[in-house]
Write a protein that binds this ligand. Structure first.
Ligand code: ATP
Length: 247
């Protein structure tokens, strides 16, 4: 008998179709198709001012596209109203920014627990989950420290814990290593991609850094608001489809 299970490709969890976004007469996106699978890390690269952050914000429901559709886990999200999109972001998405955006007056565990408490979890349970997540990113000893008492790399790991604590389907990161030195940045992106994809989340990372893109499974490049040919891209990390194509 053959006990080998069939190889099932991970499902597409997030997709954008024909995305167009204008800022007045300025074109932010000129028709972008993109799809990311659960457990897959996608790097979004390209020259400055060409639409990377706009794409991230449209996919994350921060901006509404002027044309096109955004789907998250089988649900169309670009047509949700503001309140529903806010809840969707809190419950189903995680965010990591270049500057960690931690609250300076709160210790690490409270920073990480905050989104859970906003969502109605008791303080006690939220802190317990936050400390558990912080220990998973190597910060068990730092749970009581405020952001000013942490290194840049540690603070960004707290931000990663905050993004992961709610078990999101997708983690969005905009230049997550931009404020770090190369060695620390390398550790941080390895942790972000590893911890998120281990939990089955997809990761979408906007970056200028080839070394960051090399830690992802796949890259695409945005030029003039469109998906470019990606000719400049470094080889993608093995383990997923590294072709750069959108399927
Ligand atoms: N709020 C806004 N109002 C007007 N124009 C905007 C706004 N946000 C972005 N743009 C314009 O849209 C285009 C795409 O900007 P976007 O921030 O998406 O680029 P980017 O590739 O992320 O750039 P960078 O790498 O410098 O962060 C640019 O021409 C930019 O000036």
């Amino acid at each position: 008998m053959n006990f080998q299970s069939p190889q099932v490709a991970p499902q597409v969890v997030l997709s954008g179709h024909g995305l167009v976004k204008y800022y007045g007469s300025v074109v932010g996106l000129a028709g972008v198709d993109v799809a990311v699978r659960s457990g897959e890390a996608l790097a979004v690269m390209g020259p400055s001012g060409n639409g990377k952050t706009t794409l991230l914000h449209v996919l994350a429901g921060i901006l509404t596209p002027d044309q096109g559709e955004v789907w998250l886990g089988g649900e169309r999200v670009d047509q949700l109203n503001d309140a529903a999109r806010t809840v969707m972001r809190r419950r189903r998405l995680g965010f990591v920014f270049q500057d960690n955006q931690l609250l300076a007056e709160l210790p690490a565990d409270e920073n990480v627990a905050l989104p859970l408490m906003v969502d109605g979890l008791s303080r006690r349970d939220a802190i317990a989950r936050a400390r558990n997540t912080l220990s998973q990113v190597g910060l068990a000893a730092e749970v009581g420290r405020r952001p000013g008492e942490l290194s840049g790399g540690q603070a960004q790991r707290v931000a990663i814990a905050r993004a992961l604590v709610g078990e999101p389907q997708v983690v969005f990161a905009d230049e997550p290593t931009g404020a770090l030195d190369a060695a620390t940045g390398s550790q941080v992106i390895e942790l972000l991609v590893g911890a998120a994809t281990y939990r089955g989340a997809a990761v979408v990372v906007v970056t200028h850094d080839n070394a960051v893109a090399a830690r992802c499974h796949r890259s695409l490049t945005i030029v003039d608001g469109r998906v470019g040919d990606g000719a400049h891209l470094v080889p993608a990390r093995p383990g997923m489809d590294g072709s750069g194509a959108v399927r």
